[in-house]
Design a protein around this ligand. Structure first.
Ligand SMILES: Nc1ncnc2c1ncn2[C@@H]1O[C@H](COP(=O)(O)OP(=O)(O)OP(=O)(O)O)[C@@H](O)[C@H]1O
Ligand SMILES: [Mg+2]
Length: 245
């Protein structure tokens, strides 16, 4: 993991001050419109600095569960807490502040096609008010680390699926989020690159980021040895080594 990684004093202080779970679900139900619930009585916690995989068959509700965490959806019952805040009690105008503490790798990437690879990754830093001179080298280094050092000026439509995925990962981790959520982040890369991405996530986690990764990749999940939350038809059925709710 590139240098950018050193935690700032304020981040360290904030971390030391918070022992509450980063995420807590209490008997959460979720449905789309009037359709049947896609999440049922889901309860779990993510402690600060923890690393979990989220597994389960296609349609089990993994992406839906992640949406609740990054505030793209609301539970239809139960309670979701993020950094100690009940998400349903957070006023809409304050949600972006919580959201900025989370890095998200979307299943469908969501890159900005009119920006170069470099600018896609730099965007979260620009939005946070940093100057190009302060982040240029870090962004280059991170892009090299994910194997895109020769593609700094490429536009996303000109990248392969795996390259887009790596770009989306670089963008999600560039500002050292407190919580990293990744939805199938290795679905488009070969096994060697998947292991490299896993290493990046583990390194980020060692530096203090709480990590939750939805993945179908059994080999990767096993290789990591990390705790597993398992969803089946909207219910959490197995929690290997995971925190009790
Ligand atoms: N926007 C939506 N509107 C209505 N139903 C949805 C929507 N998104 C997902 N669903 C439904 O919710 C259920 C869970 O979907 P979800 O995408 O969370 O599953 P998943 O575990 O992420 O699957 P995959 O492994 O294929 O990505 C599915 O039955 C799906 O059809
Ligand atoms: Mg999904």
């Amino acid at each position: 993991m590139p240098r950018k990684a050193a935690p700032s004093a304020s981040q360290a202080a904030r971390k030391a001050a918070t022992t509450e779970p980063v995420v807590r679900f209490e008997t959460v139900g979720m449905r789309y419109g009037r359709a049947p619930e896609v999440l049922k009585d889901v309860r779990f916690t993510l402690s600060p600095g923890s690393f979990h995989f989220l597994t389960g068959p296609s349609g089990a509700g993994k992406s839906s569960l992640l949406k609740l965490i990054y505030l793209a959806a609301q539970p239809s019952r139960g309670r979701v807490e993020l950094f100690g805040h009940d998400v349903q009690a957070v006023p809409r105008q304050d949600q972006p502040f919580l959201r900025r503490r989370i890095g998200v790798v979307f299943q469908e990437f969501r890159l900005l096609d009119h920006l170069t690879a470099f600018d896609n990754v730099a965007l979260p830093l620009r939005v946070a008010g940093q100057k190009p001179a302060a982040y240029r080298e870090d962004v280059r280094e991170l892009l090299s680390w994910v194997g895109l050092g020769q593609k700094l000026n490429a536009m996303p439509p000109a990248l392969s699926g795996g390259e887009k995925q790596r770009l989306a990962i670089a963008r999600a981790v560039v500002n050292r989020p407190e919580l990293l959520i990744a939805d199938e982040p290795t679905g488009n890369v070969d096994h060697e690159m998947a292991l490299r991405i896993l290493k990046l996530f583990i390194e980020l986690n060692r530096l203090g980021t709480t990590v939750l990764i939805a993945s179908h990749d059994r080999e990767l999940v096993e290789a990591s040895g990390m705790p597993v939350l398992k969803l089946n038809e909207g219910k959490l059925t197995r929690q290997r080594g995971a925190d009790a709710a």
